[in-house]
Design a protein around this ligand. Structure first.
Ligand SMILES: Cc1cc2nc3c(=O)[nH]c(=O)nc-3n(C[C@H](O)[C@H](O)[C@H](O)COP(=O)(O)O)c2cc1C
Length: 149
């Protein structure tokens, strides 16, 4: 198995991040977080029937490598992606059995932004989250919009 999936965290379905993905990874399947209902983390870890977080996680279980693609919004990952990352907390507590199935998967990150002011510090939340969840972080790369299609 050498399957990959891209998690697109853009708030714009057909924006720069989507175009970047199409340009550099045309052959890799992707999903857009904006197409899913992901309720914000709560400390009870109980969510409504509308919540689709685990629907995404079940797709990740099927692959070897996860590529996070986020636009840069105020020097950070998009808030959609941060909501998704907060929900990963479920995977070390209420959904631990499912979380264990993610262990060992490779993780990389790409960004889309307009300002050339980011360095590798941007990737710290991805690196440390991957470490915490026993995923294998393999790198991050920034892309400037003007270099895209
Ligand atoms: C709310 C918001 C905040 C942004 N903050 C930054 C920023 O801090 N640094 C930067 O270089 N670009 C910033 N941008 C520009 C976007 O990163 C850039 O246009 C990106 O390519 C947008 O991708 P998208 O169309 O997928 O949303 C911001 C854009 C928005 C909408």
């Amino acid at each position: 198995m050498n399957k990959q999936i891209i998690i697109n965290g853009s708030h714009n379905r057909n924006g720069d991040t989507t175009k970047l993905i199409q340009e550099i990874y045309p052959e890799i399947a992707s999903l857009k977080l904006i197409d899913y209902t992901i309720e914000i983390y709560n400390y009870d870890e109980t969510y409504s029937d509308k919540d689709q977080f685990l629907k995404i996680i079940n797709q990740l279980i099927e692959v070897d490598k996860i590529i996070f693609a986020t636009p840069v919004y105020w020097y950070s990952m998009s808030s959609l992606m941060k909501i998704f990352f907060d929900r990963l907390t479920d995977l070390i507590s209420s959904q631990e059995t499912i979380g264990r199935k993610l262990m060992g998967k490779k993780v990389s990150v790409i960004t889309s932004s307009i300002g050339n002011h980011l360095d590798d510090n941007f990737f710290l939340p991805f690196i440390e989250t991957a470490n915490y969840l026993h995923l294998e972080y393999i790198g991050g790369k920034h892309y400037l919009k003007q270099n895209n299609v």
